[in-house]
Design a binder for this molecule. Sequence first.
Ligand SMILES: Cc1cc2nc3c(=O)[nH]c(=O)nc-3n(C[C@H](O)[C@H](O)[C@H](O)COP(=O)(O)OP(=O)(O)OC[C@H]3O[C@@H](n4cnc5c(N)ncnc54)[C@H](O)[C@@H]3O)c2cc1C
Length: 414
Amino acid sequence: MSQHEAMVIVGAGHAGGRAALTLRESGFTGPIVLVGEESHLPYERPPLSKALLKGESSLEECSLFSEASFMASGIEHRSGVRVIGIDAERHQVALDSGVTLGYRRLLLAMGGTSRSLDFSGRRFSNVHHLRTFDEAIALQQRLKPGTRLLVVGGGFIGLEVASTARDRGCEVTVLEAGPRLAARALPERLSDALLTLHRRKGVAIHLGAQIDGIQGEGRVDSVRLLSGERVMCDELLVGIGMQPNLELAQEAGLATGSGIRVDRFLQTSAPDIYAAGDVCEFQRADGEFHRQETWRNAEAQGRLAALNMLGQQQAFSAVPGFWSDHYEFGLQTVGTLAPNAYVIERELADAGFLLLYLDSAARLQGASGWGIGNSIAKDIKLCERLIESQVVLPWDSLADVSVSLKSLLRGAHA
Ligand SMILES: Cc1cc2nc3c(=O)[nH]c(=O)nc-3n(C[C@H](O)[C@H](O)[C@H](O)COP(=O)(O)OP(=O)(O)OC[C@H]3O[C@@H](n4cnc5c(N)ncnc54)[C@H](O)[C@@H]3O)c2cc1C
């Protein structure tokens, strides 16, 4: 056991902030130190590409806690400070301010860094990334009616920004290198729904687009594609995913894969060090390691890591899921959308739909849906319960929307 008393958390984002709060709420009375390189209290990131970018929300509304409740919690927040080293043996972390902190238990919740395009060393003042509040505000100030926005990357963040920018009156072009939108996370049916909707809203979408050159001095004026086409722009958003911040863990000798490797209790390969959120790669029941970049995962793992840091041995078993918003439509998924699953579609009102992913024994493994606003939420919640219950479902009536999901949960079809 370490002689230090403090619980130290690296990364004051969603998972880190949730963990700090859970430690205190669960009765830990000793020192909690939350170290974060951003200058803000921990906040939720989904609004950065949605309400906040639209100008309809504020940092306070996205914060995990109010300034007053944070002060009352007695959690020490070292903001604008970066952890630059971990000494796992001595139970210490080094800060870029020159200070060394001892820890009893350490949580690594460093999230990730936006991937950037290779500009061969050139710097452009109108190129944006979107991971932080400060970046969202910088982008928001540039999205004026008539602004020509070029989005590189047809994943969730790029498409949500496209949607927000159209609502703000911008002209938007999206370049996606792959054959369909958001292909890494979504089935073809949802990619198609996104494509149809964005095109209908006036976004020019190029699939299979390869960038051949970037023109401009100090600012990107246009991008040339391999097809020979040239796309002019006033602002350029790079939305090509993120890389988890693994360097600290790797330098400290912790096991890593596509994230910091943890066991079922979110404990890393080093004693007293845990990891949670986007940076963490955890083992699923099937033995495969898996990393998630979702609000739900950051929330659940931040909370669970804190409980396990306090000595509880709770295995991580939360059902995965995420949502994404585009204009007046929303999509949601829950569980696993395995490519080899049997998929059944239920047609819903207003061009909405729900896809059910079943295993060979007709048990639900995952679901994804599309609908106006939050209309799909209720079905997705019921699907989560069907996944948890692993009840055997009737193949032949699943597509029939008059057979309610609730009745299936009660086994009423049997
Ligand atoms: C624009 C945007 C929109 C999103 N929309 C959705 C959505 O609609 N639905 C959904 O499910 N998910 C969404 N997400 C994903 C979700 O927000 C993330 O999965 C979640 O924020 C991950 O939380 P985290 O705590 O792991 O990482 P983060 O919230 O990124 O926090 C990590 C923190 O660690 C800090 N840090 C890193 N290294 C160090 C260091 N060495 N020292 C000190 N501090 C450090 C970083 O500065 C950062 O503040 C979105 C994300 C973004 C960026």
